[in-house]
Design a protein. Structure first.
Length: 153
């Protein structure tokens, strides 16, 4: 039993030498959802607080991201979140894709699938009240409809 514990401790120490890359991609304000859609500040604050760490190029890596394998899991989650929806590059999406992503975002917020509970446990400021969820979902749908109307989708 003692040998196993020593091996596990050594393995844990060794994996600390393989940190994650915490460099965020360069952001272009002209492509950011909040900026291009002139999002009202109260809604923008909700989006920044509850969505941007995983769904933008403005991730703020917490102290625990320096501990492996937690950092690896966190980085993988962020990379997947950016692939699904990246608010920092929203302007690069085709209008049909923008509308679809906003519909999914509205549904995920309403159904309490986003922000993830695993995220809000450690980031209590990202928890959304039912009223905030409604405001956010309504805003996403409003912008979705504007995109659809402007592009005859």
């Amino acid at each position: 039993m003692k040998k196993i514990l020593i091996i596990l401790l050594l393995a844990f120490i060794m994996i600390q030498f393989f940190p994650i890359d915490k460099n965020n991609p360069v952001t272009n304000v002209g492509m950011d959802f909040i900026k291009i859609k002139n999002t009202p500040e109260p809604i923008a604050k909700l989006i920044r607080t509850s969505c941007y760490d995983c769904h933008s190029n403005e991730t703020k890596y917490p102290a625990y991201s320096y501990i492996q394998p937690i950092g690896w899991l966190l980085k993988n989650h962020i990379d997947e979140g950016r692939v699904e929806l990246n608010f920092s590059t929203f302007a690069t999406y085709e209008p049909k894709s923008q509308a679809h992503k906003l519909e999914e975002a509205a549904e995920n917020v309403e159904q309490k699938e986003m922000p993830l509970e695993s995220y809000t446990i450690l980031h209590s400021n990202a928890k959304l009240t039912d009223e905030q969820r409604k405001q956010l979902a309504d805003y996403f749908r409003k912008i979705q409809k504007q995109i659809q109307q402007a592009n005859a989708l």
